[in-house]
Design a protein around this ligand. Structure first.
Ligand code: SF4
Length: 372
């Protein structure tokens, strides 16, 4: 099966999932032509990250050099992975701070295993933000389990029940290379927090075998700053949610009263590391902060307060995707306040508020949704 056939299958929904095992022989061997990590220094190849590859062009041929390459070549990336790995002995990988020894088989709140990891799917995804999708898709790897418990989660079979396939770090690295071979624009790790050590270790392996795509850290936003600092120079694009402005709502609907304040600190650290996301001339973002916010019924997510905070603490051209697709799933019907979709008026008010604040870099689909 060649890449064109695979793309066609994705287009008709037949290829819903391919998990990170034994895929390489069925994909275009673009990765085999990639320069090895040993050929020249990262510095000699580094250039303006906004001049990266365009849609359909093999990313390894572009001028873009991912942040992690220099750390890989110096050995620092492996050291970061070791530091993160040791944090699982009394797990403090996320603000939940369970303190359990995952390496000895104990499970914390997220129920993620220790040495292995669980992946729900690996696929080039065409439904993410346009600057991540281009023509080749965003190379998404969906991780099972989650450190939050959103009562409205639309993926609760994966996030809460842990549905997926147990794989090794080696297999995760292989999946990254397969997505690159397919022509994806980035490696988009979805719900990565509880597997941070595994992901960094896999990037180190994959970098040595020719991985050159930017890493998208697609997170709930509920991250510890201390852990994020170990991702400085590893992640090129941060894609955090800002789910709730109030601890009352984040406690009630996601089981995490500390979410708003901890996420604000995390987002500031992410911005410090990667700055504002600007697309290149082909509309692709390869570096920067891209914030998502889901508007919920009855202002349950505190949309205006979140936009107020962004306007006061980040550049006004910070990329923001104000999402309208809230739909009650999982246990949302047990909470009358959020047991419905939002109205067009509720969404319009939030977007109007963003304009009023001078926030100028709203996701392009925002305007389209309002027209429809
Ligand atoms: S990653 Fe999981 S086990 Fe570790 S602190 Fe967070 S919820 Fe607890």
């Amino acid at each position: 099966m060649n890449a064109a056939t695979l793309k066609a299958l994705v287009g008709v929904g037949i290829l819903a999932v391919f998990v990170a095992v034994g895929l390489s022989s069925r994909l275009s061997p673009r990765a085999a032509a990639a320069p090895s990590a040993e050929s020249g220094t990262a510095e000699s190849r580094r250039s303006d990250p906004t001049d990266a590859h365009s849609g359909g062009t093999p990313p390894v041929d572009g001028a873009f050099v991912p942040a992690y390459l220099e750390l890989h070549e110096s050995g620092e990336l492996a050291e970061r992975a070791r530091q993160l790995w040791s944090m699982m002995e009394a797990c403090t990988l996320c603000p939940r701070n369970c303190g359990v020894n995952r390496l000895a088989g104990a499970q914390g709140f997220c129920r993620a295993p220790g040495s292995d990891l669980v992946i729900a799917s690996v696929q080039p995804h065409f439904g993410e933000e346009r600057p991540l999708v281009g023509q080749g898709g965003s190379g998404t790897i969906f991780f099972s389990h989650c450190n939050l418990r959103c009562v409205f989660c639309q993926n609760y079979q994966i996030s809460i029940l842990g549905r997926g396939n147990r794989v090794s770090i080696e297999q995760l690295a292989t999946a990254m290379l397969q997505l690159q071979a397919f022509g994806a624009h980035n490696i988009n790790v979805v719900t990565p927090t509880h597997y941070t050590p595994h992901i960094v270790a896999a990037i180190d392996i994959a970098a040595g075998r020719g991985l050159r795509l930017p890493i998208v850290w697609n997170t709930s936003g509920w991250e510890r700053v201390e852990v994020l600092r170990l991702l400085d120079g590893v992640v090129d694009i941060y894609l955090p949610d800002m789910k709730f402005a109030s601890g009352a709502e984040s406690g009630q609907f996601a089981g995490s009263p500390g979410y708003p304040e901890e996420t604000k600190l995390a987002v500031l650290e992410m911005h410090r590391q990667v700055g504002v996301a600007h697309p290149n001339s082909n509309g692709i973002v390869n570096r920067g902060l891209m914030i998502r916010h889901l508007v919920m019924p009855d202002s349950a997510s505190g949309s205006k307060e979140i936009l107020d905070w962004i306007a006061a603490n980040l550049p006004t051209d910070t990329y923001i995707n104000i999402m309208q697709q809230y739909s009650p799933h999982h246990e949302a019907f047990n909470h009358p306040r959020i047991a419905r979709r939002i109205t067009p008026e509720e969404y319009q008010q939030v977007v109007d508020h963003a304009h009023h604040l001078g926030l100028s870099n709203l996701d392009s689909r925002t305007a389209r949704w309002l027209r429809e």
